[in-house]
Design a protein around this ligand. Structure first.
Ligand code: 3BY
Ligand code: FES
Ligand code: FE
Length: 399
């Protein structure tokens, strides 16, 4: 990347330039596995949700056989988007334009008043690669998706005890941040900014760099003791960073039982019947480029990042609780969501101010703090390496 200096913030173009943004989409968002949502959001046959990765509208639907599939949400007649609702339930996916209808497996079943014979088998919805892992649905737009088995094998043992697939969505929030998607990630990958900006989060989330970073934190006695105690209780906890640096899992201690204002659980029932002990902290996972998470004893908070322009990013946050928990009896949405709604809003402003400053012709990349911003350095290096690899592949194909 022209002008990039290791250990320093990226050159302005990387956060501003529409061509680099197109390359980000091609090399990353159109090529990698992207977090779509949760199995439990589409629990019944015919349940669906929709979203968009760059220019691609997608629908994720549970079929008659119970399997979850993803399709391009574009009609095979003249291309109209078929499902416009964010979520819903349907027996067939019916295009609103001329009522061509597709079954839940994407087969074209009905094309009204078509007099000339046509090959229905040729006109099914185009499928998108789709995989469900431990209650998380992922899709990949590439016709040749990268290996996902290694991620699956790594994620499952950390997440299985938390029974995310059987949870329920208690609340969802979507915000638009006027900043490049990499600024959103850089901000997420450090807690250097937490003390000055996140009074609510800091009640329970430790500032210690070992908690947010990727170095391991095992030399921090508090973290090491937490891993020891959790793994004795059967909960995989030690940090795992993938060799390519694109995902990390680790269970970190919290100051309290949950990321609430009081530190007490927000939900009276544990998220999973298999994890009932207090003080389990937070199972943290990130998976570049689209997802990070906090899985607690009483609930989980999951984040989906989608770029919508060179300087605009959409962030969707979901709060999952035990499916049996009753709102108003076992939890209140206010207590459940207060800390992260406030934190997201604070982070949105941080990212937007960062974007405005980076847009200045006077901006010059400064040095990352090696202690507190190791996670940011890791993210930026992953991005630079990923782009260099994609450019190399493109040159290889061209030459
Ligand atoms: O959401 C996160 O994982 C990070 C950790 C600390 C700063 N940020 C809130
Ligand atoms: Fe879908 Fe015509 S575009 S039925
Ligand atoms: Fe933050």
């Amino acid at each position: 990347m022209k002008g990039y200096r290791k250990g320093y913030a990226l050159p302005r173009d990387c956060y501003v330039d529409p061509d680099i943004y197109r390359r980000d989409l091609d090399a990353i968002f159109y090529s990698d596995w992207i977090f779509a949502g949760h199995d439990c959001e589409i629990g019944k046959i015919g349940d669906f949700f929709t979203f968009r990765i760059g220019d691609y509208p997608i629908v994720v639907v549970r079929g008659e056989d119970g399997a979850i599939r993803a399709f391009h949400n574009s009609c095979r007649h003249r291309g109209s988007r078929i499902c416009s609702a964010a979520r819903g339930s349907a027996v067939r996916l019916v295009c609103p334009y001329h009522k061509w209808s597709y079954d839940l497996e994407g087969r074209l079943r009905f094309a009204r008043d078509m007099t000339k014979p046509f090959d229905a088998a040729e006109l099914g919805l185009k499928s998108v690669a789709c995989a469900s892992v431990a209650g998380y649905v992922w899709v990949c737009l590439s016709s040749d998706p990268p290996d996902f088995a290694t991620f699956r094998a790594t994620m499952e043992p950390y997440f299985r005890p938390h029974a995310i697939a059987n949870a329920k969505l208690a609340f969802e929030s979507t915000i638009i941040e006027n900043g490049n998607w990499k600024l959103v990630w850089e901000n997420n990958r450090e807690c250097y900014h937490c003390a000055p900006n996140h009074p609510e989060l800091c009640r329970t989330f430790p500032e210690a760099p070992g908690v947010t970073g990727v170095e391991g934190g095992g030399d921090d006695p508090l973290i090491a003791a937490h891993w020891e105690r959790m793994e004795r209780a059967g909960l995989l906890s030690r940090l795992h960073l993938s060799p390519e640096g694109n995902y990390r899992m680790a269970r970190m201690p919290l100051l309290g039982d949950s990321t609430t204002m009081s530190g007490a659980p927000a939900v009276r029932r544990p998220l999973s019947p298999d994890v009932i002990q207090p003080g389990i902290g937070s199972l943290l996972m990130f998976n570049y480029p689209s997802n990070w998470n906090h899985v607690l004893g009483d609930h989980a908070v999951t984040f989906r990042l989608l770029p919508i322009g060179p300087m605009q990013t959409m962030l969707t946050t979901k709060w999952l609780v035990n499916a049996e928990a009753v709102e108003g009896v076992d939890y209140s949405v206010k207590d459940l969501t207060e800390v992260w709604l406030a934190t997201n809003e604070q982070d949105r402003r941080i990212v937007e101010e960062n974007q405005i400053g980076v847009c200045s012709p006077a901006y010059e990349p400064g040095p990352y703090n090696p202690v507190h911003e190791g996670g940011v350095i890791q993210f930026v290096e992953w991005w630079v390496a990923t782009m260099a690899r994609a450019d190399g592949e493109k040159r290889g194909q061209a030459g």
